[in-house]
Design a protein around this ligand. Sequence first.
Ligand code: PBG
Length: 328
Amino acid sequence: MAFPEYRARRLRDHPTFRDMVAETTLTPQHLVQPLFVKEAIDGREPIKSMPGQAQLGMNELVAEAARVREAGVPAVLLFGIPREKDATGSSATRPDGIIQQAVRAIKQQTPDLAVIVDVCLCEYTDHGHCGVLTETGGRRTVDNDATLAHLAEMAVTCTQAGADMVAPSDMMDGRVGAIREALDAAELTHVPIMSYAVKYASNFYGPFRDAAESTPQFGDRRGYQMDPRNSDEALREAAEDLDEGADILIVKPALAYGDIIRRIKETFGVPVAAYSVSGEYAMVEAAAANGWVERSDLIREILISLRRAGADILITYWAAEVAAALRG
Ligand code: PBG
């Protein structure tokens, strides 16, 4: 059926009607703010490659979390940077580790802010890989199965500290099932898992590795992250995680992966989160600092495009700023 252009224009030209017929909405309820807590510092340390973002000492983290809630953002995603790293990332699983302390402190100060913990070992290991290592044929690689117990223990200790949800980002096979089983065994059956089901080996993570101090000391993550040339593989990864008990699936990065978000959403019809990652943030901020783009309009357009692609949840470093603007 033909739909003449002038008819669309009659609505577009009207400030009320164009909003009424808009297919996609962006409201604070969808937003998640990532925050970095660093054990060794007081106050804030700006992250050079992510202007406007900072690593936060414990006091500053608690204050920032309260501000984020005040801005209208319902949830944060927490990353911890411990004072001491070792081969097995042992501080990730300790009940008094930096991340567990951070969860407790935020929940005490701002109980109605949902706290999601990024479950991964890369910020806690001295080699920067997402799991514990093994040697096969003279080559050091991540030991998938040995890593699962560490991740499960991290998930349990964080939820015991008060986390509302866990988000495993390591990409080990079987981790969602291992975490679900451990949570259930600890009588934490009510705690959902938001799985980084679809995580590409991406250049968009560059700035994050400064932020979380998690650069691999040798090799890269291509062994356990996906090849950007593939999208069928994304469906298989997603199916596997759902099978193991994932409640929400994350697609990461977001900006160049709208097609993946759409395929996952249409194939499975489950809640999907798009993670607009550090490199996406850095690109926009760098261009804006040069006066080459209209910063806040561009940010809106990017986030809307992710919602249009099919994302329910948007994990973005702009969450607090956008929420405040949407409310104002
Ligand atoms: C792993 C993790 C990473 C990100 C989120 N969780 C780094 C990686 O996979 O290398 C990247 C997020 C971003 O770039 O903003 N713990």
